[in-house]
Design a protein around this ligand. Structure first.
Ligand code: ADP
Length: 724
């Protein structure tokens, strides 16, 4: 059996598993049922695709949408994998041909919808062949707690009874415990392994801003990504239409997408976007599942979504290729009112849940803590990094006020004096000295807090109330959406005593924000060559009737424009190029590179620079944040060169961090970071010269090992001293 590592390299041209991929694949090989939860872009498909190639027999993949099946099958076939899907777009003879290929044991993966899989005819057929395993993609569709419940998925309950010997595996990006549990139960999995990855997407940069002049705000984001693909979400269809029209009028390449459009128009707009014929799609939530495009460089929300789950799903469509991408959210308090109204038709129980969920996103928007942390903690995980280096808060892009404690205390004491019986709007009116009748009626114009924040303006006070709620100093109580009252929490009481301070934003939205886009993943990339290759990719994809990202991802194009290989062998060293791609496109790509490099005098085969991995490194990271981050990456087994890139520190500084971590965590094996041969030599030398000083070691090894490596090795050897 070919090893998974070899398959990863040969077929996909990748040299490392992403987190949990190896574990998920081992479950498949071992025939142990599993539920795998990885965020969008985490690499779920590979978890079943690679084992399908390693195992004898046919893997059956259940998928909810034809477009999803098509993208996956196209990508597999383009990588030289024998895969097919049976769906309503095929005629009888095409279906027969696939059946024949299965009988001849040629096919490795077969994609089906649940309803097609569970027809007696398909089941009878499958009983006659050797099935390696069943993979249920988008498995949350089986749970009515998920956001995409599909009753057809419930039919899959019988799989385990009908094929008791065959492993069944569910894959989803949906984070909640409840959904996970439903998947295992509904699929009747036997003692399943449940693998849950981190919900953090470090390559996404989050920015949240109050909505002001929306078109200007949106254009600022687009202008940072001039030639890139982006998705803009709006809450209502009318907003989709008007924003798309404004963008087109301003000369941008944009199309609308919503459920009110004619089917054909909608499909065409989607295809134009997927095939890079148009750069921007402006859409409602209807534009969603089935969008596998890997090179979406930004997602903009022009209003708050109805839940943080939804925000994570939608913003998660950016940067699936692992390269940095930007997610911007523009909102106003009114958005939550719209959602409350839209959901008020729900049955009472469901409405209650919806309100609770809405509060989560409300807090997220108003919060002024690290966005990555807020998301990860919302989903019940812990976030270790002090500074994510990838959100407006951690990048210090937001303006905080100088006296947040005093303002916070004024607001909270007003809430208390009002008897904790009024909402945010009312509280803001009191604090800004309103003489509205209801305030006079309740005598609140007599409170000492009345008019205390008159000079700040009502809008600013409303925002601060949201921020205080987002940070847990206030909470909203009451199920009646229209009348949610504010209460001071325990943390709020500490704030009143001056023991903790909130973070509050300056009221005005800055006129022009710089909004940095990280350029680390562009390091060493020749932009001109990248554009040449991108143009070639578009043409090539069109000729083959494939979306461009199926031919090569942006990450692969950047690798090509960075390393500029000169031979077919070196081409295989490029990220994302396996044997089939090299055979299919290699000659043309090499020619394009040669044509570009020759007149520009660019060197070829530049492989000695490590590709940047962790993207958003900035120079303003404080020393301790850099150290913390470096250690986190080292714990993941990342190399010294990698970590240097990621935290923007010198090799010697980063080696010091590593040595410190080795001491603290009593690590004795440094071969993650220095090669085994060098380590063996250092160990032998240390047995003779001891470990007190590095200089004698350095000299004993005649300068062939760097001081950095010596420091790392010595730290390990001190934990497990060599015997003379
Ligand atoms: P998901 O289904 O979890 O959203 P995909 O399976 O579509 O994610 O993978 C996202 C992208 O990451 C794809 O372009 C895929 O080829 C790529 N990918 C998956 N695994 C790896 C890996 N180990 N190394 C590099 N890229 C990977």
């Amino acid at each position: 059996m070919e090893s998974l590592e070899t398959i990863l390299r040969r077929v996909w041209g990748y040299d490392q598993f992403r987190p949990l991929q190896a574990e998920a694949m081992q479950c498949v090989l071992a025939g142990r049922d599993s539920v795998v939860v990885l965020p969008t872009g985490g690499g779920k498909s590979l978890c079943f695709q690679a084992p399908a190639l390693a195992m004898p027999g046919l893997a059956v993949v259940v998928s909810p949408l034809i477009s999803l099946m098509k993208d996956q099958v196209d990508t597999l076939v383009d990588n030289g994998v024998a895969a097919a899907s049976v769906n309503s777009t095929l005629d009888a003879s095409e279906r027969r041909e696939i059946a024949e290929r299965i009988r001849r044991e040629e096919l490795k993966l077969l994609y089906l919808s649940p309803e097609r899989l569970m027809t007696p005819r398909t089941l009878d057929f499958l009983r006659t062949i050797n099935i390696s395993f069943f993979a249920v993609d988008e498995a949350h569709c089986i749970s009515d707690w998920g956001h995409d419940f599909r009753p057809e998925y419930r039919m899959l309950r019988q799989l385990k009874e009908l094929f008791p010997q065959v492993g069944v595996h569910g894959y989803t990006a949906t984070a909640t415990e409840r959904v996970r549990h439903d998947i295992a139960r509904e699929l009747q999995l036997r003692e399943p392994e449940i693998l849950v990855g981190s919900f953090d997407r470090p390559n996404l940069i989050y920015r949240i801003e109050r909505r002001g002049d929306l078109v200007r705000q949106v254009r600022e984001v687009i202008d940072r990504h001039r030639d890139d693909s982006g998705i803009i979400y709006c809450i209502r269809r009318a907003d989709v239409e008007s924003l798309a029209a404004s963008l087109v009028a301003a000369g941008y390449s944009a199309l609308p997408y919503h459920a009110g459009l004619d089917d054909q128009v909608r499909r065409k707009n989607q295809d134009d976007f997927l095939n890079d014929r148009v750069r921007i799609i402006v859409a409602t939530v209807a534009f969603g599942m089935g969008i596998d495009k890997s090179d979406v460089r930004y997602v903009i929300h022009t209003g708050a979504p109805k839940s943080l789950e939804q925000f994570q799903q939608e913003s998660g469509r950016a940067g699936r290729d692992g390269l940095e991408a930007e997610c911007c959210l523009f909102y106003t308090g009114g958005d939550f009112g719209i959602w409350r109204k839209m959901q008020s038709e729900l049955p009472p129980e469901a409405y209650k849940v919806a309100l609770q969920v809405l509060r989560g996103i409300e807090d997220f928007c108003g919060g002024v803590t690290c966005r990555h942390r807020a998301i990860v903690e919302y989903f019940g995980q812990t976030f270790e990094s002090e500074n994510c280096q990838a959100c407006d808060v951690c990048l210090s892009e937001i303006d905080v006020i100088d006296d947040p404690l005093v303002i916070g205390q004024k607001i909270l004491s007003s809430v208390l004096r009002q008897g904790e019986a009024y909402g945010a709007e009312y509280t803001a009116l009191v604090l800004t000295g309103s003489r509205e009748q209801r305030i006079l009626d309740s005598g609140h114009d007599q409170l000492s807090t009345w008019g205390l924040l008159k000079d700040e303006g009502k809008r600013a006070v409303r925002d601060w109330i949201e921020q205080l709620t987002g940070q847990g100093f206030l909470e909203r109580a009451g199920d009646d959406a229209k009348f949610q009252v504010l209460k001071v929490t325990t943390a709020g009481r500490r704030l009143l005593r001056g023991e903790v301070a909130p973070r509050l934003l300056k009221p005005q939205v800055k006129e022009k924000r710089e909004g940095r886009v990280s350029t680390v993943s562009w390091e060493g990339v020749d932009r001109g060559l990248f554009e040449v290759l991108r143009a070639w990719r578009r043409k090539r994809a069109e000729a083959r009737g494939l979306p461009p990202f199926v031919v090569f991802s942006d990450a692969t194009l950047r690798s090509l424009a960075r390393h500029r290989p000169s031979t077919p062998e070196r081409l295989l060293d490029v990220h994302g190029i396996g044997q089939a791609k090299a055979a299919d496109y290699g000659a043309e790509v090499l020619e394009k590179i040669a044509e570009y490099c020759r007149p520009n005098g660019l060197p070829r085969d530049v492989f000695d620079v490590p590709p940047p991995r962790r993207q958003p490194a900035t120079s303003d990271v404080s020393g301790s944040a850099a150290k913390h981050e470096a250690m986190r990456l080292f714990r993941q087994g990342r190399s010294v060169a990698d970590v240097c890139q990621a935290v923007g520190r010198s090799r010697s500084t980063v080696s010091d961090y590593l040595a410190e971590m080795i001491v603290a965590e009593e690590i004795s094996d440094p071969t993650f970071w220095i090669d085994a041969h060098s380590f063996a030599r250092i160990r032998a030398a240390a047995a003779r010269c001891g470990l007190d000083r590095l200089k004698p070691l350095y000299e004993a090894l005649e300068g062939t090992v760097t001081y950095e490596d010596l420091r790392i090795a010595a730290a390990c050897l001190r934990n497990a001293p060599p015997t003379p």
